[in-house]
Design a protein around this ligand. Structure first.
Ligand code: PLP
Length: 440
């Protein structure tokens, strides 16, 4: 632990999110710069970014096109009212996102984060049914171990216990599918063989409540924050079939999987399973400026386009929906992805990534390894009576060894920028191997 880092004198005022505040403030880990694959720490070290920030900097850091677009936009039009007024770049970006998304997606509603995208999607689903004359369809179905951000709708449909238990009764009318993480799938490369049958639970839940009361099912097509859980083969397809059969909207939360993480624009395209609504954020602006979006099919959007034309069709939106600087950042981000061919690059590197990750199989404490595209997880055996401690120690030690990893529970999650080179993969995995060997 280096104590000589130049850090602000007073760290007490900033109550840090999802952070062990007391531990951090005793031994701060401060980044002061970033370029492409590396962060610079306050004590001048270069740290290899194994997590694309927080699963968001898919094009790496300090990309000139994005930096310049933000600078130019700030000087040209800093802000325009989001309600009843427009500016060109928000429309241009929506068109580009639509063109990138699989075919049924035709409309883009802007938010400022993944959490807001989720709230928007859930509200849209309920309002859609009401607009179609089925106002009794208000139930929402999420999944155990799902992460859908931190707002009330998101934690209600989400299934991470610590994110829910402090916050009261949450939304009513919510039920959960079982998670799809089965020990018999340990060390599977890509999609696991076992678990498609878990989608049948949706039939049970729908039967319990009555299909006519259910508005939507929301899942992450590949669950990221809960520890990188791949959908079993056939599982998403079956969810789609059951939703269609019962007139229930299917929402894919693609806040992590959107914009190339799996080697395709969106997971919907990757798995060739089309939901009715997609949420995204993070990679939309390369994480540089907060922005999220909700993509809908034509029929979902069109259900709202009724009544007198001078009337607002949807009473929902944010002061910063489609903010000009965020829109400029989004456009430059999508140009950067295309220019560098980053989605194809992620797909091309996936096998190398997979082999590198699975080379850690026989390291101490490793009980599972999972991967797809440029995402992966190494699950550790928890320390007896002290869950999360082993992985957190790995995180701290990795940082001292100049690699940034992320941990959730006792799972190490990796999701590097899609610009990563093979040598960087070797460094990341080689260093992580050393860390694992030194763990108690
Ligand atoms: C699937 C998913 N949904 C929603 C969110 C919340 O996004 P944000 O932190 O931008 O609110 C995240 C964040 O990691 C996520 O992974």
């Amino acid at each position: 632990m280096a104590l000589d880092r130049p850090v602000p004198n007073d760290l007490s005022a900033f109550w840090m999110p999802f952070t062990a505040n007391r531990q951090f403030k005793k031994a701060p880990r401060m980044f002061v710069g970033a370029d492409r694959m590396h962060y610079t720490t306050a004590d001048g070290r270069q740290v290899l970014d194994g997590t694309a920030g927080l699963w968001c900097c898919n094009a790496g850091h300090n990309r000139p096109r994005i930096v310049e677009a933000i600078q130019k936009q700030a000087a040209e039009l800093d802000y325009a009212p989001a309600f009843q007024m427009g500016h060109p770049k928000a429309f241009e970006l929506a068109t580009k996102v639509r063109d990138l998304a699989p075919e049924p997606f035709e409309h883009v509603f802007y938010t400022n984060s993944g959490s807001e995208s989720v709230e928007t999607a859930l509200k849209l689903a309920i309002a859609y049914h009401r607009a179609k004359g089925q106002g009794e369809r208000t139930r929402l179905i999420g999944r155990e171990r799902g992460y859908h951000g931190v707002n009330f709708g998101g934690i209600s449909v989400g299934g991470i216990v610590n994110n829910r238990k402090m916050f009261g009764t949450l939304l009513g009318g919510v039920d959960h599918l079982p998670h799809t993480h089965l020990t018999e799938n340990a060390f599977t490369r890509g999609q696991p063989e076992h678990g498609a049958h878990l989608a049948e639970e949706l039939e049970r839940i729908v039967g319990l409540h009555g299909a006519e009361t259910v508005a939507a099912v929301i899942v992450e097509p590949m669950a990221g924050s809960t520890g990188v859980l791949m959908p079993p083969k056939g599982y998403l397809e079956r969810l789609r079939e059951i939703c269609t059969k019962h007139g229930i909207l299917l929402i894919f939360d693609e806040v992590i999987t959107g914009f190339g993480r799996l080697g395709s624009s969106f997971a919907a395209a990757h798995f060739n399973v089309m939901p009715d609504i997609i949420t995204c954020a993070k990679g939309l602006t390369n994480g540089v400026i907060p922005m999220g979006a909700v993509l809908t099919t034509g029929p979902v959007h069109d259900a709202f386009m009724q009544g007198p034309e001078h009337m607002i069709e949807l009473f929902h939106g944010y002061t910063y929906s489609g903010n000009p600087i965020a829109s400029a950042a989004g456009l430059a981000t999508l140009e950067t992805y295309a220019e560098d061919g980053l989605f194809e690059r992620a797909a091309g590197l996936a096998d190398y990534w997979e082999d590198a990750l699975h080379s850690l199989k026989d390291h101490p404490h490793v009980i599972d390894i999972r991967n797809m595209g440029l995402i992966g997880a190494i699950e550790l055996e928890p320390m007896a009576g002290e869950p999360t401690k082993r992985a957190f120690s790995a995180f701290l030690e990795a940082y001292e060894k100049n690699i940034l990893i992320r941990t959730t529970g006792d799972i190490i999650a990796l999701s590097p920028p899609l610009i990563i080179e093979k040598e960087d993969i070797d460094t990341l995995i080689g260093t992580l191997g050393d860390v694992l060997k030194g763990l108690h």
